[in-house]
Design a protein. Structure first.
Length: 410
């Protein structure tokens, strides 16, 4: 095995990064870390290898990274999320320097998988957008092994997030120029979650009745699952500025073109922080488009049950799109996810989708899923002990391989 030099940039808020670095170091590779804030430092062990704190303005980062690339003869860089400001310039300049970039992200297929791709994820993925390629590739690959399962609670993830941001209280001294990639501060985020979870019990009882009425009713319904306004699918991979624009577009089209007896079910994201009232937006738009009696709004509810019975799903949410396709639900993609392929999502316009939504090809989806699983999904998780252990061992094999599993097929 060729020995390599890995430069770690920002990671996920958990012990995953340092344990992955420890594994690579034990395999004989050089590991170097760049810290951007106090949270990065708190989730790293000094014994893992060389580490450096970047304290300069963002426009100095490319030169800073080049210095490290040359000083340590870096061959690979590892990061979580390809659209963070501190990562964009690293990705843009690495290929010209002959450096491989490995991007971690939450799994395309969940809950027992994480994503690990070369160069970028989602709209920047190297996965082709050619259905014929997936047909040919998927059928040549072996059957998918069953993933090792594990339990990872939201409370554990929240504890790591809180610990990371508590360390960030030292940023004015440690990294005064650092600006978080998220537009919402941690205290506002936590306050929103506390409010949401305090109301969840009441919502569930009400929403379960609404879901039951939709499923058992005789009228068709379409599903619009909302995404977080701060998500990269909105910011970087869609033409919309926020979910209000999405709802305006979808509800306007629905009012004019959907069958007169159809409902539109709008379901909020389960991690929405309630900083913006989507319910108020829905009510305002429903009045404007004359849809007061045809909109069903949910804060909770069984997503899989909804997509199994929906006449179609309109989504800017990459994960929900996968769930919809898995359940053979006609799907219209408002963004540019990896599954936006002819034969899976609707090729026509949104106006046409309401009238005759085409079902996805089950054969194409099977080959698509097989290919994605074999190439860019890693069995494991970022937060619980068992998930991290799986992710570290499985990801290390991909990081050390050259070419990567996807590159071999391309």
């Amino acid at each position: 095995m060729q020995k390599r030099a890995f430069l770690f940039l920002q990671g996920v808020c958990s012990p995953f990064y340092q344990r992955l670095a420890l594994k690579l170091a034990s395999d004989g590779h050089l590991v170097v870390k760049v810290h951007f804030n106090a949270g990065d430092i708190a989730y790293w062990r000094r014994s893992l290898g060389k580490s450096h704190l970047f304290r300069g303005p963002l426009d100095q980062l490319p030169d800073y990274l080049r210095t490290l690339w040359n000083r340590y003869a870096i061959t690979d860089q590892v990061l979580f999320g390809d659209r963070r400001p501190v990562h964009r310039q690293a990705i843009d300049h690495a290929q010209a320097a002959g450096i491989r970039t490995h991007v971690f992200e939450e799994g395309y297929f969940r809950p027992f998988w994480i994503t690990l791709e070369r160069e970028g994820v989602n709209g920047h993925s190297l996965l082709p957008r050619d259905p014929a390629w997936f047909f040919e590739t998927g059928r040549a690959l072996p059957a998918l092994p069953k993933p090792v399962r594990f339990k990872s609670s939201f409370k554990l993830r929240a504890r790591h997030d809180v610990a990371y941001h508590l360390a960030g209280l030292a940023n004015p001294l440690v990294a005064p120029r650092y600006r978080n990639h998220a537009s919402i501060t941690a205290p506002r985020e936590y306050a929103g979650y506390i409010k949401r979870f305090s109301l969840l019990k009441r919502w569930k009882k009400r929403d379960n009745l609404r879901v039951k009425a939709l499923i058992e009713g005789k009228r068709p319904f379409f599903l619009l699952p909302l995404q977080l306004n701060t998500d990269a699918q909105i910011r970087d991979h869609s033409p919309y500025a926020n979910m209000a624009e999405v709802m305006d577009h979808v509800m306007g089209s629905f009012a004019e073109h959907a069958p007169a007896d159809a409902f539109l079910c709008i379901k909020n994201h389960p991690l929405d922080m309630l900083l913006v009232s989507h319910l108020h937006t829905v009510k305002r738009l429903a009045r404007f488009y004359g849809l007061e009696e045809r909109i069903v709004y949910l804060e909770s509810g069984d997503l899989e049950a909804l997509v199994k019975h929906a006449a179609g799903t309109v989504t800017v949410n990459s994960t929900v799109g996968i769930v919809a396709l898995e359940n053979a639900c006609p799907t219209f993609a408002l963004s540019d996810p990896i599954y936006n392929l002819s034969g899976l999502t609707c090729d026509g316009t949104l106006d046409e989708f309401w009238v005759s939504p085409p079902p996805p090809s089950s054969a194409l989806f099977d080959d698509f899923r097989t290919t994605v699983m074999h190439t860019v999904q890693v069995n494991g998780g970022f937060y619980c002990q068992k998930g991290i252990e799986l992710a570290v061992n499985n990801a290390a094999h991909v990081l050390e391989a050259c070419p990567s599993p996807l590159e071999k097929l391309l």
